[in-house]
Ligand binder design. Structure first.
Ligand code: NDP
Ligand code: HEM
Length: 480
């Protein structure tokens, strides 16, 4: 049945085609509120785009747990047989909201699980590591990925200047420039929680954990030339494919795995297990399969459900905790702060962000507060109070203490770290053809970069493997 068109105040509209004018040829009247309302709303349609990961594609689905890791965590969403509704948003990092989908870049892999004990967000990437290990460098790093202030162009010189001065970036740079740096679709890539998180169990024991989401669609990648050909035809290739595949009933799936490290092992590993530029080798900490993630429903309204989605590593639930990873610690602050700026004070009350469990808190008032008082009782607007029905803390969900020690100082995060061993292990996995594409992708990305910066970067590649440095130098020379 046709619905009656109204103003936002609910009053019926008789004519949505013709403005109210003085005579057929005359000017419009100030009293045409319906015209003013349309123009005013249009002026407010845009919100700030995400400062990073602005271009994205998302869908809803389900996490099903088939394995049994109950001895490691009390998290209800991770118990055998649990099924949890979820949202995924994939993204590129550097491009703006209108950027082309098939660009070489790291892909975001952000997940929100609507558990019965609150939202649990894993805001990861399609890579298990990151460019930096100290959050102090994040704004500087991102500035090198965004536009130059004078030219308003992206600057390969800035990128390679920064990377060549930051050897900890080698691992991530190698993945980015390898085949996996340009997946054909968001469905044909893995996702990684990347950071080390922790599990805690009913006995109060803590375990360190890494999360992996392995594509069941198989890895598939484009070369730079293939990516450019697609962008020439469509800039929205990921949106078209992800939306179309789910609409066609062909639901993409990922096998969910965890790597578990006993708490005390963290002092014994040859690498710092809380360093985001490192993986935990599979032979030391074998992945344990725990379930399947499936995407099976498209958003009905992209803006409301994908653009307004607010993911944050601070969203954990009982049984899941943080780790000393410096990068994770900074992200625990950064995301909710970004959401309050981008979406507003009450962003968590928006339907896509709203937990699917009872929510009670004592935050009050604020812009656009449409949920009223959340404390459980009219007279309870402070705490502690003597009102039985009001919301109270629950000590049964207290997390075991996180062991931390050390003198406060600005420790040199580049001291005592092997930045070359793990990139070398990756390099050694590549066959000759993959290596050749790695060299040529790097050379292509170095177009216009001054020779001294190129050479400084090649000296880092030399330390990963002499073939790596030589291969890149030869590919750069071939492009000259
Ligand atoms: P393994 O041989 O046990 O694992 C190798 C891993 O490398 C597999 O997970 C594989 O992913 C992945 N891989 C294969 N090709 C690429 C590529 N082009 N880009 C990124 N990853 C790729 O060895 P280790 O566990 O000792 O790790 C060796 C190296 O593999 C690491 O230094 C790291 O660079 C990379 N890696 C390791 C991961 C880990 O958690 N240990 C996770 C991902 C990468 P898949 O299973 O999907 O084929
Ligand atoms: C988005 C900050 C590192 C993955 C964002 C946003 C900010 C941010 C402010 C925009 C949020 C929004 O407006 O909704 C930071 C900081 C980091 C950091 C300060 C380091 C100190 C990382 C790392 C990863 C990551 C290491 C992955 C392992 C993502 C993803 C998104 C995102 C996937 C997009 C989320 C979405 O789809 O909405 N980041 N980030 N970030 N970040 Fe980070």
């Amino acid at each position: 049945m046709t619905k009656r068109l109204t103003t936002t105040g609910g009053a019926p509209i008789a004519d949505n085609q013709n403005s109210l004018t003085a005579g057929a040829r005359g000017p419009v009247l100030m009293q045409d509120y319906q015209l003013i309302e349309k123009l005013a709303h249009q002026n407010r349609e845009r919100i700030p785009e995400r400062t990073v990961h602005a271009k994205g594609w998302g869908a809803f689905g389900t996490l099903k747990i088939t394995g049994d890791i109950s001895k490691y965590t009390i998290a209800k969403a991770l118990q055998p047989g649990a099924q949890t509704p979820m949202l995924a948003r994939f993204s590129t990092v550097a491009g703006e909201q209108g950027a082309a989908d098939h660009e070489r870049d790291v892909r975001g892999f952000a997940l929100k699980f609507y558990t019965e004990e609150g939202n649990w967000d894993l805001v990861g990437n399609n890579t298990p590591v990151f460019f930096i290990r100290d959050p102090y460098k994040f704004p500087d790093f991102i500035h090198t990925q965004k536009r130059h202030p004078a030219t308003n162009l992206r600057s390969p010189t800035a990128m390679w200047d920064f990377w060549s001065l930051s050897p900890e970036s080698l691992h991530q740079v190698t993945i980015l420039m390898s085949d996996r740096g340009l997946p054909t679709t968001p469905m044909n890539m893995n996702g990684y929680g990347s950071h080390t998180f922790s599990f805690w169990n009913a006995d109060g024991e803590r375990f360190w954990v890494k999360f992996h989401f392995k594509t069941q669609q198989g890895h598939a990648h484009y070369t730079n030339a293939e990516g450019e050909a697609i962008i020439g035809k469509t800039r929205e290739g990921y949106q078209e494919t992800l939306y179309g595949t789910i609409e066609g009933g062909d639901f993409p799936r990922w096998t969910v795995q965890v790597q578990i490290m006993p708490e005390a092992d963290a002092d014994k590993t040859s690498y710092n297990p809380f360093d985001l530029t490192k993986v935990w080798p599979h032979d030391e900490y074998p992945p344990i399969e725990i379930g399947v993630m499936e995407l099976n429903r498209n958003a009905a309204n992209y803006f409301a459900e994908i653009e307004q989605a607010a993911f944050s590593p601070s969203n954990v639930v009982p049984g899941i905790g943080f780790s000393p990873d410096k990068m994770l610690q900074a992200r625990i602050f950064s995301y909710a702060d970004a959401h309050r700026y981008r979406l507003g004070t009450h962003y968590e009350a928006l339907p896509v962000n709203q937990p699917k469990c009872p929510v009670h808190h004592y935050h009050k008032d604020g812009n656009m507060n449409f949920m009223g008082q959340m404390t459980g009782h009219r007279d309870a607007y402070y705490e502690p109070n003597s009102i039985a029905e009001s919301a109270k803390q629950d000590p049964s969900v207290a997390e075991p203490p996180l062991k931390i020690s050390g003198d406060a100082d600005r420790y040199n995060h580049r001291d005592g770290n092997d930045d070359f061993g793990q990139p070398r292990a990756l390099f050694n996995l590549f066959d000759d053809a993959q290596k050749a594409r790695l060299y040529s992708n790097i050379a292509a990305a170095m177009g216009g970069v001054p020779a001294d910066i190129v050479e400084r970067q090649c000296k880092l590649f030399d330390q990963v493997h002499p073939d790596y440095g030589k291969g890149v130098r030869d590919a750069v020379a071939a492009n000259a």
